[in-house]
Design a protein around this ligand. Structure first.
Ligand code: CU
Length: 138
């Protein structure tokens, strides 16, 4: 092991330790549906699972996985120990259905992530341009 067994004694081996990075919502072109992307990083020594997602901006948020070019709803998605769960354009993603208002660039959307072991994690997801590319930042 290169990391995680130092002298900190933080108990990192006993459970999952989650953080969300790189979250964004491309400004939706539809008045009713939007997509969302983010990465969940697990610095802990135990796997966790993302079981569901909710937001006050939409009646329903579902997790979709993409396989062989087709998308389908995912039940739960694992966040491996010392690993990450990545939602990105062209891959797994969040779908916001029945938007209560249409999010615009510069706003944020409150999103609650529900995990099997770590409980709930609330994030403020920034709304980017409809063509935002996280690799370039534009
Ligand atoms: Cu989808």
């Amino acid at each position: 092991m290169l990391t995680g067994c130092g002298a900190s004694g933080s108990g990192a081996h006993s459970g999952a330790s989650l953080a969300v990075v790189s979250s964004y919502m491309p400004q939706p072109v539809s008045a009713t549906m939007a997509a969302g992307f983010l990465t969940v990083v697990n610095k802990g020594g135990a796997q966790d699972e993302l079981t569901s997602v909710s937001s006050d901006a939409a009646d329903a948020v579902t997790m979709h996985e993409t396989a062989d070019g087709a998308m389908r709803e995912a039940g739960r998605l694992a966040v491996p120990a010392h690993g990450r769960l990545v939602f990105r354009s062209g891959g797994d993603h969040l779908m916001f259905d029945r938007l209560k208002h249409r999010p615009e660039q510069g706003q944020t959307v409150t999103v609650d992530l529900h995990f099997a072991r770590s409980g709930d994690l609330r994030i403020e997801m920034p709304v980017k341009s409809a063509t935002y590319n996280p690799a370039t930042g534009h």
